[in-house]
Design a protein around this ligand. Structure first.
Ligand SMILES: CC(C)(COP(=O)(O)OP(=O)(O)OC[C@H]1O[C@@H](n2cnc3c(N)ncnc32)[C@H](O)[C@@H]1OP(=O)(O)O)[C@@H](O)C(=O)NCCC(=O)NCCS
Length: 193
């Protein structure tokens, strides 16, 4: 099965929403309430949300697409395209609005790696390294000096992944899921390493 990493097309909002709805919970700490996860998805990860993200010139969405009949036949697959989306990343080129993030990131232009999610069957296959490479390359084209992200402290796999790709914990920030306030790590890396 082949894989392509590319920027998402404007007509892929619904496919991205399907992918996001099945991968968002993977990043939530154990004990997160299912209704809080569902509410977050309904507010931020719908096809309408992704249509907005895809139309926003300060954002970029990259996808990893698997090709072949097996991929096309699985949930989220498209027989017409003979493929399905297996992972995605989203970047935001805007100054951090959160004071804790701004303090962690310091001065200089910074791009946020706002989302990086893949279906479980591709974890550990190297597919997400391709998403990371495309994401960092986009940050460079925007003239950013640094890339930052927030990751839940209990998400050990993601944290190790980001460390492998040159990110270091530089601070923390609050992330609200329902009534629970999570304390995410803020991780930062220079665009050029
Ligand atoms: C985060 C994510 C994109 C990383 O992609 P991936 O393909 O799983 O990453 P990799 O396998 O290259 O790297 C993960 C590393 O963590 C290690 N790891 C796995 N489980 C671990 C654990 N419980 N504790 C510590 N390290 C762990 C892996 O062995 C691997 O290290 P290695 O390459 O040295 O063996 C992917 O796991 C994912 O989509 N997770 C669910 C969504 C998510 O959490 N997104 C991040 C939101 S901030």
């Amino acid at each position: 099965m082949g894989t392509t990493i590319r920027q998402a097309a404007s007509e892929e909002a619904a496919a991205l929403a399907e992918l996001a709805s099945v991968t968002f919970a993977l990043a939530c700490p154990p004990g997160s309430a299912p209704e809080d996860i569902a509410a977050f998805i309904a507010t931020h990860l719908t096809a309408e949300s992704f249509a907005r993200y895809l139309g926003d010139p300060s954002r970029a969405v990259f996808v990893a697409e698997e090709h072949g009949p097996a991929a096309a036949a699985t949930p989220g697959g498209s027989a017409r395209r003979g493929a399905r989306l297996a992972g995605y990343s989203m970047l935001v080129d805007a100054p951090p609005s959160d004071a804790d993030v701004a303090a962690a990131v310091g001065g200089g232009a910074a791009v946020e790696l706002s989302k990086c999610y893949a279906r479980p069957h591709v974890h550990g296959t190297g597919l997400t390294a391709g998403l990371m490479a495309a994401s960092l390359a986009w940050a460079a084209t925007r003239g950013a000096e640094q890339v930052w992200l927030g990751v839940n402290g209990e998400n050990a796999r993601a944290r190790k992944f980001y460390e492998k790709h040159g990110f270091r914990v530089a601070g923390s920030k609050r992330f609200q899921l329902g009534n629970r306030v999570e304390h995410d790590h803020v991780m930062v890396r220079p665009v050029q390493s």
